[in-house]
Design a protein around this ligand. Structure first.
Ligand SMILES: [Zn+2]
Length: 133
């Protein structure tokens, strides 16, 4: 799981800065907490970037679906249709309560509401509030 340099003479070095760690501290992998954090952050970067790219792809896909519906003049479709078009309801960029049981979602520059059966009031944010369906 953790990789750290161990030389033939069992001298342990901090995997971040290379400083030799004191003997008798075999449980200690890093010379300091700062090095430990730096090393773990560096290891995490590729996964973090991959995850960010994945989330951005989902959001862009969601926006494409909403944009397509709006260009067809549709402000409301049922959930199965939405899912069929490739929309992922778990991803959005903001969520705002607008009534007792009503929430307004946004995906980048497009807002919408989700009910148990459908998506409605889809509208571009820059065009103001959507028309009732
Ligand atoms: Zn170090």
């Amino acid at each position: 799981m953790f990789h750290f340099e161990e030389e033939i003479d069992h001298v342990l070095r901090c995997p971040q800065c290379g400083e030799i760690l004191g003997s008798g501290r075999v449980d200690k992998r890093f010379c300091s907490l700062a090095c430990k954090n730096r090393w773990h952050n560096r290891q995490r970067l590729p996964n973090r970037d991959k995850e960010i790219q994945r989330v951005l792809r989902v959001l862009n896909r969601n926006r494409e679906v909403l944009d397509k519906l709006l260009k067809l003049g549709l402000h409301c479709v049922d959930r199965p249709t939405l899912i069929h078009l490739g929309f992922n309801m778990n991803f959005f960029t903001s969520l705002q309560k607008s009534g007792r049981h009503q929430w307004i979602y946004t995906c980048l520059d497009i807002r919408y509401e989700l009910t148990p059966t459908r998506i409605r009031n889809i509208a571009y944010l820059w065009e103001g509030a959507g028309s009732e369906d």
